[in-house]
Design a protein around this ligand. Structure first.
Ligand code: SAH
Ligand code: SF4
Length: 421
């Protein structure tokens, strides 16, 4: 989501203000730091980065702080780092052209007007286009700061989404990547009540009708909203890539209740195993938090149990980080950091073992790979339909094309192979 926000910021500055990108900070007239605030670490990193940029920037260059940390720290950023010229929240991206022209500009109040989400075009990658379908989040999981920084959940009207996807596809993006905090809760509320309620499955069908679109991905769906209709559209629509992100967070029903996730261990397993049954080739990725307040050894064992039963192809795992403005920050029974670290290590060791087994099974398998980039090692890299990273020797003309690849050397995080068609 931040990558897409950065693209919007760049688009506005290039088209309305005559800026151009540079990767040399000491030559820049404007330095923008687009921040996350989901965990504490990025926040402390922010202030050290500001210090480094301030030391090396050219005279008169401005520094702007954007994104979620800007949203929740607001004026405090000026107090802690007076060298910052403006602060622009995650929901205020459209104000960037004002921000660069005023001194000490700050805009962090949540803007619910959907017209503030129509931007000029800029994309980092011509082959794949991120498209926002909703902003904000209504869920209020007790550990999460996102609803405070990105506000309530508002869906973007389907016509705007389809238009944006069509324009990107005409420019060469065969893959459309739909973005939202709860994509499969799409269509419940729009900023203008005249828009018809609809659901995410219908939106998937609409985007798949664009001829030039060959692949559709999305993130994040919420396990609670994975009803049968959604799983069926996922399984049956040939343009919908067969990789699903299912953020588990914890395998313990008790901890899931404390987190206010809205589903149980049994519901999660039911949905994941149903998905495996409907689409045996599908890959499933997940997010897991260890050391949430009150997590006992037994709760943690439940998480490992779900991992063993689902055998995720990819896991993003984190130690719980207490965040301001969240309910869980005031929970009494915080888990000692050394316990969380030990659990994280056990979880990651189990996942490595599972991944070693999964990757061995991929030897000699064939995948349709969409080549998106040339890597530093000279190999072309792309993703299979089910999100396996594949690298091959090949020609630059293959970038932006889909080819059939046989895996010759499977590794844990990337497969190496050869093009056979
Ligand atoms: N909307 C998505 C998640 C967005 S935040 C969802 O519901 O899954 C991305 C991930 O960061 C989360 O899935 C969670 O695993 C992690 N995360 C969020 N808050 C956290 C916290 N306080 N401590 C540690 N990890 C956190
Ligand atoms: Fe955060 Fe929960 Fe919303 Fe995801 S669903 S953004 S974890 S509050």
């Amino acid at each position: 989501m931040n990558v897409r926000d950065s693209e919007h910021i760049i688009a506005e500055l290039e088209n309305k203000e005559d800026y151009a990108l540079t990767d040399k900070a000491d030559e820049a007239d404007l330095i923008l730091i687009n921040t996350c605030s989901v965990r504490e670490k990025p926040v402390s990193k922010l202030f050290s980065e500001i210090g480094v940029f301030n030391k090396h920037k050219k005279d008169g260059a401005k520094i702007g702080v954007c994104g979620c940390s800007a949203s929740h720290l607001g004026e405090d950023i000026f107090k802690r780092a007076p060298e910052v010229n403006f602060v622009l929240g995650a929901r205020n991206v459209s104000k960037i052209t004002q921000a660069v022209n005023e001194d000490r500009y700050i805009s962090v109040d949540i803007d619910y007007d959907e017209s503030s989400y129509a931007f000029s075009e800029f994309r980092n990658n011509t082959y794949k286009a991120f498209v926002n379908i909703s902003i904000g989040c209504d869920k209020k999981c007790t550990y999460c700061i996102v609803p405070h920084t990105r506000g309530d959940e508002i869906s973007i009207p389907a016509e705007l989404i389809v238009d944006e996807a069509r324009r990107a596809a005409k420019r060469g993006a065969k893959e459309i990547f739909l973005l939202g905090q709860n994509v499969n809760n799409y269509g419940r509320r729009f900023s203008d009540a005249s828009h018809q309620k609809m659901d995410f499955s219908d939106l998937l069908e609409m985007v798949s009708q664009i001829d030039e679109v060959e692949r559709i991905r999305f993130t994040s769906p919420h396990p609670l909203h994975m009803d049968d209709k959604f799983l069926e559209v996922f399984a049956k629509n040939p343009k919908v890539c067969k990789s699903m992100h299912m953020p588990l967070q914890s395998g313990s029903t008790h901890i899931l209740e404390q987190m206010k996730r809205g589903y149980s261990k049994e519901w999660f397993l039911n949905r994941a195993l149903k998905l495996r049954e409907m689409v045996p080739s599908a890959s499933i990725s997940t997010d897991i938090i260890v050391g949430f307040p009150g997590e006992s050894d037994d709760d943690f064992e439940d998480t490992l149990d779900v991992m063993k039963k689902v055998r995720f192809e990819q896991i993003f795992s984190f130690k719980y980080s207490s965040r301001p403005l969240t309910k869980a920050a005031s929970f009494k029974n915080q888990v000692p950091p050394e316990v969380s670290s030990a659990r994280l290590q056990r979880l990651q060791e189990l996942q490595e073992k599972i991944l070693d087994e999964i990757s061995k099974e991929k030897l000699d398998k064939e995948y349709e790979v969409y080549f998106e980039e040339k890597r530093g090692n000279g190999l072309l890299a792309g993703k299979s339909d089910n999100n396996t990273l594949v690298q091959v020797e090949g020609f630059d003309e293959w970038l932006g094309t889909i080819k059939r690849v046989r895996i010759t050397n499977p590794k844990r995080l990337s497969m190496y192979g050869e093009v056979i068609l």
